[in-house]
Write a protein that binds this ligand. Sequence first.
Ligand code: ADP
Ligand code: ZN
Ligand code: ZN
Length: 763
Amino acid sequence: MHTAGIFAVAAKKGARAPQDGCVGPIMSKEYAEIIVDVAAFPVDREFHYHVPPSLQPSLKVGHRVLVPFGRRRVVGYVVGFSSPPEDVREIRDILRILDEEPLITPTLLELAHWMSDYYGCLLVEAISCMLPPGARAKGPAPVRTLKAVRLTGRGCLGGLGPKQELALELIRRAPGQTLTVVSLEEQGIGRTTVQSLVKRDILQETRVVITRRPDDQALERSSQEITLTPEQERALAAITDALGQNQVFVLHGVTGSGKTEVYLRAIASALRAGLGALVLVPEIALTAQIMGEFQARFGDEVALLHSNLSLGERHDEWLRLRRGEARVVVGARSAVFAPVQDLGLIVIDEEHEPSYKQDDRHPRYHARTVAMKRAELENAVVVLGSATPGIESYYRSKEGSSKLLILSKRVENLPLPKVEIVDMRDELKRGNRTVFSRRLQRELARCLGRGEQAILFLNRRGYTTFIFCRECGEVMRCADCSVSMTYHQPEGELRCHYCGNTRRPPQTCPACGSQAIRHFGAGTQRVVEALQELFPRARAARLDADVTSRKGAHAEILRSFAARKLDVLVGTQMVAKGFDFPGVTLVGVVAADTILNLPDYRSSERTFQLLVQAAGRAGRGPDGGVVVIQTYNPQHYAVLKAAEHDYEAFYRRELSFRESLHYPPFCRLVRLLFQGESEAEVQRTAHLWSRLLGPKVRPRGWEMFGPAPAPLSRLRDRYRWHLWLKVPPEGPLPIKELLGDCAAQGSLTEVNLSIDVEPSFML
Ligand code: ADP
Ligand code: ZN
Ligand code: ZN
């Protein structure tokens, strides 16, 4: 869908326009270079427009403007000023400037240019990341409100129809005798009625920009003065000393070591130095708890940007940053583009999280990579915090391009929890076919008996993981995707989590006809039921994507758990992130293996991270904690080293594996994914591209792999093949230039090509 656009650049080599095309002391603003935002015309090139003299004094690079385009009027962005080439016949006028101040700052525009080159996306796609939420769909519309001007009582105005009477009545009753046009419309009062009243000077229409602030949904927290540990002090001093320079730190702190406190104080230092700060938190960890902490500390200086806010709220938060009213932003991935003024510090919490990579749409950027580039442009400090830093980040800190800060101990000398590994093959041999090992049952009994809390963790949602045939091993898969389907209990149906297909579970195996169809593994719902069979009085709740898709449900469940109205929380990845519940003394990992078996070079790293994060939820209070990991792979180093809380040992083992197979951090991976309805076409196109690219990449010393069917060889009714490039870890990555050259011959009509630089997943 986007591919045509990416490659249209081939027609115009070296597409990047100079920031200002004029030499000399005064930049002429007679002609502007404009990038237009037209979905049907995804071409990466600037068009020249004439700037009417009246607009010349105010027009700046980064301004959003209205321009004629064909027979339409479209939104465009000013990316520079220069005279049009000689051969351009018609130069049209810019019609209007859409915002008083440019929405895009010069630095962010430069960042957009870099993204476009590095990720091979359209410049306008990169720019759209930097716009206020909702601005691309429609401009920031002020709210139209109606106020009564003449209102002296029913009937005395004379000659009004019933609709008009009703409108007046509603306005009379409204607070301040003012209502928005929209709310009148919602009550059945149409535009004509309103206009007739405005014409007769009974109502006055005004446009106001109403600033919406998200509710303060902070959990109550004790804000006692905290004395930093010596390790926290050292880390904070290093960060504070570096403010004003471009420096990257990896803050490797075990779970419960007080990383957040270091962030908060570093931000306070930045603010004192007159610098702004940007804090990224994974979307699912962006809870009331963490937001409350920032709001409690910085009040109105903090703007929040996350998906639970309405578009309007996010838009207003964005504006507060742009105007400099808020100087700190806390948000999920896309907040990396927030217009923080005088940016001095970027914090990325849980920096190893795959959700920092946008992989479902253009631009396929990684917020960490973008943050590092932005910090370079703005001379800012970056702090990458994690208990389990990504292998790439840790490697860079070892190589010296970033600095390593270590918090090796939990605060108040709390011990790390003791971790037990249970071999589930043994349980089966002994006839235990339930989801809980005997060990985990004992620990649950102990924990609940003492009135303490437990978290049970697994990485699948739904009732069971999948359904398979015990005779022949056939797994029930989605007919359109090649993934196993998940059984959902209340509906009694199988569901595909990629495309949403559903079907009834079969009575007999479609492959061999056997009736030995059986559920395998356990989903959150099944675990809750099994728990309730064993401990009928335990108060348990699920926390997974099925449950929390309802707005507010997530926060509600966490609030009950924090208030100890729940004993056991059963959940997916979501429960493993960043929560701090001192009442939790037991964490059970129901099945450690699901990720370990994925065909992805990062599967060990992901498993290690999840196990450490899950274990880190235990024993944050005075009562200590126990962790039970159930697995069919008890000897795997990811499981063993997680149980020993030994990141260094895991890192060394993992790094030698990466080195031997030449995977990141020893290279950068680029994936070209070909998708289409005809398998033959997809395969043919993938091979064609391999032939086209070969002579271009080999002389650069890049390696190419494939083409081959992707592990998910079919998804949403489309066939998928991929081709991989291994690019040296350092140096330029001119994706756009390279691929653009092939586009003309690449036959991309029936097959869609998407490019993913440093993808998070290989499926
Ligand atoms: P991490 O993010 O490293 O897992 P947190 O930042 O969640 O750890 O800190 C765990 C708890 O310890 C929090 O409740 C925090 O307020 C508290 N804390 C942080 N630093 C200190 C300190 N120096 N002394 C006492 N408590 C602290
Ligand atoms: Zn499917
Ligand atoms: Zn079978």
